[in-house]
Design a protein around this ligand. Sequence first.
Ligand code: FAD
Length: 397
Amino acid sequence: MNNTPITADKFNDMLKRIDQIVSQQIIPLEPLLLSQQWDALSVKLDAIRSTVKAQGLWAPNLPTDLGGMDLSTTQLAQIAEVSGQSPLGHYCFGCQAPDAGNTELLHLYANDFIKTNFLLPLSLGETRSCFAMTEPHTAGSNPTLLDTTAEWVDGHWVINGRKWFTTAADGAAFTIVMAVTDPEAHRHQRASMIIVPLDNPGYRNLRNISVMGHAGAGYFSHSEVEFVDCKVPANHLIGERGQGFKMAQQRLGPGRIQHCMRWIGIAKRCFDIMCNHVKHRKITPTSTLADQAVIQTKIAESFAAMNASRALVMETAQIVDSQGFEAAKHHISMIKFEAANMLQLVVDNALQTMGALGMTDDSIVSFFYREERAARIYDGPDEVHKISLAKSLLRQF
Ligand SMILES: Cc1cc2nc3c(=O)[nH]c(=O)nc-3n(C[C@H](O)[C@H](O)[C@H](O)COP(=O)(O)OP(=O)(O)OC[C@H]3O[C@@H](n4cnc5c(N)ncnc54)[C@H](O)[C@@H]3O)c2cc1C
């Protein structure tokens, strides 16, 4: 942590400036996202990133030695909510998944070679990265089953296997791949994390997977990828051999809190869109949807759910700040499924009250509905987090 923490006034000013950039510069670009004009979008996003850097708002999640701000988890959570109101927000501020988690991981565990050649350009936003753990043929909910291998041959790692849902692999400079290096070891010590530059001849991007009707492109895509006798030097290993699962857990903790707060930002955006819509949508010559009790119920339940989630996530962030991630482990499981389900409720309420308009790509609500159904699945499905929380609670009885 920084020795001179940012003052409350300075932090509030920062939040305000982030909110302004989101509403005045980022949200107006969403039609390019909704109409899938990737190249035009990417040029405009780069311009906003330059503004963000010039204003000293880049990479709020990173420590100062990597150009970030050394903020507390509680502060980061608030930034994640404000910048998360647009699907383009985290990307513009340099704190987007999966790069954020990868950067934090490499900062903690990488050797000097990796830090110079991969971490530095990534933290400056000059490159993108991805994280290849989940496989089509093994259950991602129990990654100890994964069977991609990395064999140690003549001083190199030789990787073979297939991964999917490698988010943002299209156009990324490198991936962090999780592979079995020690098949005979304890199941939590079988895997390691290894960097693979994506111009390696043994790596192939097989396809951008079509998700809910859209294959996306570039940062907004999820790929199926293959490693065939993919050879990388010894210095591409991250941290210690066999420590892949330990590092994955450490990577996911902060990531889950940032996702949850981003989801609250999305819910808030959909809530505002819903309220504006129902106030103006006439259903008789003298009344609007907002006058209907059944609509008012949706507004009240959405507002309550959103605020309850925010309170839980902030409580979790405070535990992390005061006692560390290990102490907040069960809270993180709790907010992961709680906030994801809150998100489904609020987005669905917004879509329903908008009628046919909610189904169109004229509104960002349909994008959130389509893309964020996955919130209940990625970074651990609801069931897995509920089981883990329940087991810890039951131990006390
Ligand atoms: C949009 C998106 C982006 C993603 N990005 C990445 C990425 O960048 N890198 C990466 O490596 N992976 C990524 N993933 C993969 C994600 O982490 C996995 O989908 C997740 O871990 C679940 O694994 P699975 O899909 O294999 O489901 P499975 O493990 O096959 O589980 C299927 C379903 O079974 C249920 N279930 C699972 N376990 C239990 C249990 N113990 N008890 C009861 N029910 C259970 C759950 O409902 C679960 O959804 C992404 C996924 C999505 C959808």
